[in-house]
Design a protein around this ligand. Sequence first.
Ligand code: SF4
Ligand code: SF4
Length: 321
Amino acid sequence: MSISELVIGSSKPKRSAAGGRLGLIFDLMRFALHDGPGIRTTVFLKGCSLRCWWCHNPESQLTEPEIFQFDDRCTLCGDCIDVCPAGALRIENGVLATDPALCQASGECVEACAVEARKMAGRWMTVDEVLAEVSRDQILYDESGGGVTLSGGEPLMQAAFTERLLAALKRRRIHTVLETCGLANPKLLRRISPNVDLFHYDLKLMDTAKHEYYTGVKNELILANLKLLADLGRPIVVRMPIIPGINDAEDDIAAASAYLQELGVGNVDLLPYHRIGGDKYRRLHREYRLPDLVPPSAEGMERLAARLRGEGFTVRVGGIS
Ligand code: SF4
Ligand code: SF4
């Protein structure tokens, strides 16, 4: 199944964040096995302030609902064109075309399409609605030592909602993992940290100029926040995406290793670059900046893991960066 187009959502979503009472959820994945201990449900929150060149989820970056279009399902019946209040749709050169300047991501076309060729990416949910979904598997969490992982995008982009959700999960005694890039208000991090059982903390590049070049932001606040959590004694697994030619040079690894040793953070996940996201960019008519990058070999990843183990780290290889 191909996703042929993703239409940028409008500045006028049906519902707003309502002061943190609503969160924009991109996906809810049950039975997740790689997002923390045990069997988990992963809640993907939409929006991220970084633009990493290797991001495999470009549809998770914007803080607005968006519409996916699956050309291979579309029969060109025109039903969606008839119901679109914005006049954003037309058939052009044998495919359904959307004018992103007109589309408001209101979703009538999604409702009208009998073959599910259009799909809403991002739905506004209350904390109670998320709790109702994730609580379906509470027995599995209890039996496996699992729980709920908040991922993204960047969950802390929706700070008020994430804070409410974490507190509600803890009231239900559900184990929580927060996956974060670390670009957040330190006061917020300090406040939420008692309700986070485990931080999955991204460490992409130690050199701030390179960090800014490849992600769009400098890394001083990210590194300071990692130190803050380490000083608070919070459980942390540092997740390092390994992007050949970008952050896998000896200097990059040595600097990361030295910083983590200084902080006393001993658990590291190495996440090899993969090409899963490349097609999405093309289908979204966005530029993918690493079209020819070859993923690292399994042997290369193991060499890197062995090197870090030799420096005292507990290292796992794998997962999705
Ligand atoms: S309603 Fe569905 S199948 Fe019909 S034109 Fe629109 S997207 Fe295609
Ligand atoms: S119905 Fe709404 S979501 Fe669908 S194309 Fe029109 S404005 Fe966009």
